[in-house]
Design a protein around this ligand. Structure first.
Ligand SMILES: [Zn+2]
Length: 513
């Protein structure tokens, strides 16, 4: 259905919507006072005791507030009250359709998740966002525009080459279209097939277009293995040439050749930051990654025994690579490449090549988990003030990060290992991602901010998802509010779905009609 009144310029409608949202008629009957909580307000400030009043989806008071007559109260004694966690790198775009309650996400305290990372996004953006408005989720959702998604639309199956100037211009037009349809920026996944053939200039051009529309550049860089430093240099070049804020996805040093070099890697980033590059990163709290079988071999010679042998050695051998999904032969699932080679009495190299051939024959590829990061690097990254927490997981993830990331940081890195303080960990889950996205009224507990809130027990919060059981729910997250509405309570979803669609300027209300 189309009508002329929906053809008003987007900006007019956005302003109109913001006015509507900020009209806080403080009807006390609709308010709730949370009392006796320890506040971790998202800024990194020390915990403090305060009562918090929420009403009409917003935080309307903080301090020594007393309940009004008939006002409901929630006693949060012994619990920490924090802003809802913002997961800037989440793969739930499909999961949200089948599981809009997003149980594994709200159970962790996630109240906002951003999809479309690693260069692959829904398309057209507007279709995806309209779908979410019609069938809302329990959490707020936004999306990036994917570089590979756009590249494939322009180049079709002929993507295994550098794009022509005409094609780059067409890709820029699609970036513009995505940004107009409320994408948060451009994402890329340069280690993956489609993105890997792009030249730096192509990425600069597309990032420049995203930057002019106020977007960020979120990137899974070209190499997280032996060529990590070269890939980092390219990323910084793209940021500098396109004048765009960078979000470095899942920072890691993922092969034996670069393990232990976090200090040098951090130094390169610090130097870029000193030169004015707006560089932030995220890191998931696990020493194993999850990807496709082909990313293991950087020169793409998947059936060349020499290339495969070198690649497997760089990950410490086939015992570090576990198959998590392989539709042509389910019996491989849960086994390492080393196990399979032994069982078949062939070398690990031959087993790898067999998996590639069986996958290619079925037009698919095995999913794998590779255990190849070391704790000292993860610790060094987590201790940088410009590194935030993000899951790289999502609904139905095959890696425990999909259901465990945020409670794991709080339970293991804060409580057990003392790598960082609780307020600093909360800052990395809330105001830091909000800052990256330019959102001023989420990620912080402040009067007027949206009431996305998490109440958790700092003494018990812990992840329970494992590689064998990746969707097991964490414990210790007691209550979760999204836009002032309780979505998670005492171990289960409440069944309500108050999540909004979010763009760069906040909620996208009628602007998608
Ligand atoms: Zn990635």
């Amino acid at each position: 259905m189309t009508s002329n009144r929906f053809l008003l310029p987007c900006s007019v409608l956005i302003v109109f919507s913001m006015v509507l949202l900020s009209t806080r008629s403080q009807q006390k009957s609709n308010s709730l006072l949370i009392v006796n909580a320890q506040l971790a307000d998202g800024t990194g400030s020390p915990l403090r005791k305060a009562n918090v009043r929420i009403s009409q989806g917003r935080i309307v008071g903080i301090g020594q507030l007393q309940p009004e007559k008939d006002e409901p109260t929630l006693d949060a004694k012994g619990l920490v009250l924090a802003p809802g966690f913002i997961d800037i790198h989440n793969h739930s775009e499909e999961g949200l359709q089948s599981d809009p309650l997003a149980e594994t996400q709200i159970a962790q305290g996630i109240t906002t998740l951003l999809v479309g990372p690693d260069g692959e996004s829904p398309w057209p953006i507007i279709g995806f966002l309209r779908g979410l408005q019609q069938n809302p989720a329990s959490v707020n959702v936004g999306t990036f525009a994917g570089h590979a998604t756009i590249r494939e639309r322009v180049m079709g199956a002929d993507f295994k080459r550098v794009a022509t100037p005409v094609e780059v211009t067409q890709m820029q037009q699609l970036v513009s279209q995505g940004m107009n349809q409320q994408a948060l920026g451009l994402s890329s996944g340069l280690e993956y097939e489609v993105g890997s053939y792009s030249a730096t200039d192509e990425l600069v051009a597309m990032a420049d277009t995203a930057a002019k529309a106020g977007g960020i550049y979120m990137t899974h860089i070209r190499d997280e293995a032996d060529k990590s430093f070269e890939a980092l240099a390219e990323e910084i070049t793209i940021g500098e040439r396109a004048h765009i804020p960078i979000e470095h996805s899942h920072i890691k040093l993922g092969t034996v050749g670069v393990q232990g070099k976090a200090a040098a890697y951090i130094k390169v980033i610090e130097n870029a930051r000193k030169r004015g590059v707006d560089f932030l990163a995220d890191c998931y709290p696990y020493d194993a990654w999850h990807s496709n079988l082909k990313v293991v071999v950087p020169d793409k010679q998947y059936e060349n025994p020499k290339s495969v042998g070198q690649a497997l050695a760089s990950y410490g051998g086939g015992s570090h690579l576990t198959i998590t999904e392989f539709s042509p032969n389910k019996s491989y699932v849960g086994k390492t490449l080393g196990d399979l080679a032994k069982a078949n009495r062939i070398s690990e190299v031959d087993m790898y090549i067999r998996l590639i051939r069986e996958g290619d024959a079925a037009h698919t590829e095995a999913s794998i988990i590779g255990q190849s990061m070391i704790e000292s690097d993860i610790k060094a990254f987590y201790q940088q003030p410009w590194v935030m927490v993000a899951s790289d997981g999502g609904i139905n993830a095959e890696h425990p990060r999909g259901a465990g990331t945020f409670p794991r940081v709080l339970g293991v890195f804060v409580r057990e290992k003392h790598w960082l303080t609780l307020p600093e960990a909360i800052r990395k889950m809330t105001s830091l991602p909000a800052q990256r996205l330019g959102w001023k009224d989420r990620g912080v507990i402040r009067g007027g901010a949206f009431a996305d809130l998490v109440l958790f027990n700092p003494d018990t919060v812990i992840d329970r998802s494992t590689y064998a059981n990746p969707t097991a729910l964490p414990t210790g997250i007691e209550k979760v509010f999204v836009n002032g509405v309780l979505v998670w309570d005492s171990g289960k979803p409440t069944g309500v779905r108050p999540g909004l669609v979010l763009g760069l300027r906040g909620p996208v209300l009628n602007t998608l009609n």
